[in-house]
Design a protein around this ligand. Sequence first.
Ligand code: XMP
Length: 529
Amino acid sequence: MSPSPALTPVAPPHERLLIVDFGSQVTQLIARFCRESGIYCEIHPFHRVDAGFLAGFAPRAMILSGGPASVHEAGSPQADPAWFVAGIPVLGICYGQQAMCVTLGGQASASAHREYGRADIEILADSPLLAGLAARGDSERVWMSHGDRVEALPPGFLALARSPSAPFAAIGDPGRGFYGVQFHPEVAHTPRGRQILRNFTHGIAGFSGDWSMAAFRTETIGRLRAQIGPDARVLCGLSGGVDSAVAAMLLHKAIGARLTCVFVDTGLLRHNEAAEVVGLFRDSFGIPLVHVEAGEEFLARLEGIADPETKRKIIGACFIDVFEREANQLGGAEFLAQGTLYPDVIESVSLSGGPSVTIKSHHNVGGLPARMKMRLVEPLRELFKDEVRALGRELGLPEAFVGRHPFPGPGLAIRMPGAIDREGLAILRAADAIYLDEIRKAGLYDTIWQAFAVLLPVRTVGVMGDARSYDRVLALRAVTSVDGMTAEYFPFEHEFLGKVATRIINEVKGINRVVYDITGKPPGTIEWE
Ligand code: XMP
């Protein structure tokens, strides 16, 4: 696959923060905090940040992320001494703190007590980093996730807080503006984590907060023009979700008629989806749209395939074949645009080429085949869902569209564990439509982040009328989330669930049992595959 070229930065007229990525799954939450606080930031993997890079990027401050490695493993990521002679404040988080300490002459080691989850730290000293939190001697709730810890401070550093298992839970060298925390202030489970980050960015580093979503929109349009050039054509895969719609609107503003949108009916869509999407795009947005019927092709290639990753890869390959055929029909297109979001990226590969673990190959990221000729354009690659929604509003998308629940590119294929069968697809479509209909009638659609049905490869015995049934089991899923990275199951009233189950069993032939999924993310993912 042609790598997705990072959008070329057009020197933005903003103060900049550099996030150095050591491979944490939550690095992007730091970026998100920055954007919400009006700070322009970029994430770059640790091994690409050297003295030359720093001179070119000219950040006002740096934050070093956490990461899965242990500072003592051979070949583990190291902090470059050049980062600490640039004359700018640095905040190290978890692994970032340990790496900073080791480089500056301190020590870190494997802790006898690995610490995951909630912890209380005791504040030991007044400092600008912990200003506005608990007073000296009092405790503050934080979220820890670490095996290693700092054992000896580098010269110039003081302990600012400790926990029972981490003597240096927060540290600082105020003279040089270097700070470190063993816990994760960027996750929602550290209640006053945002205050700590803000103390660093606005207090210690002096950011004024001069960036906004309107600025992101204007700058992204400029970067897209620079990336695509004056003549190239772009094909944009529209899924019907808000992400690809926002990507298409940005591209339309950047390159006008050189953009063609393609909506592929994969045979894996929900009830009525194709008609709704095509109607909306042609009628409301006036963006040229090609509607391709490719259901037979997708289903034939998926026949008998039960492994989730193989399914995802096949679907990715089918999409590309369809897009390349359409590009040829248009007389060629150099770029393929997708509405890939950050959660799609972080769980497939590390966004910035850094080291993070693969959870699943989202079809529009790791699922694309290497042979694809078109180059990728992914203008939303660094955003979270709620940020894309804000951008959609900024671009004038109708509210009903902006608020649509996400629907994954691989569609119903990943909502039917095991091999896909056409009868099952029809059953799943009918049951899913009833479930969403009841959710809308109950006025819950906008409160729930995403809701869908999953058809299980399990048959159970039931009794319907006076007869024995031996039919399929349907699972219902509904979650609340802010960004898709973490989620909680939605606490429906039992009466509501009972009503949905009764309707589905009565109206959909082939299902005789309905269950509700009460798993959060983590440990589950939102989709079942
Ligand atoms: P998971 O299942 O990874 O899902 O917790 C997080 C969010 O991403 C959506 N999702 C996808 N979206 N292509 C997409 O466009 C994919 O391959 C894909 N897989 C999951 C999922 O529906 C949820 O909103």
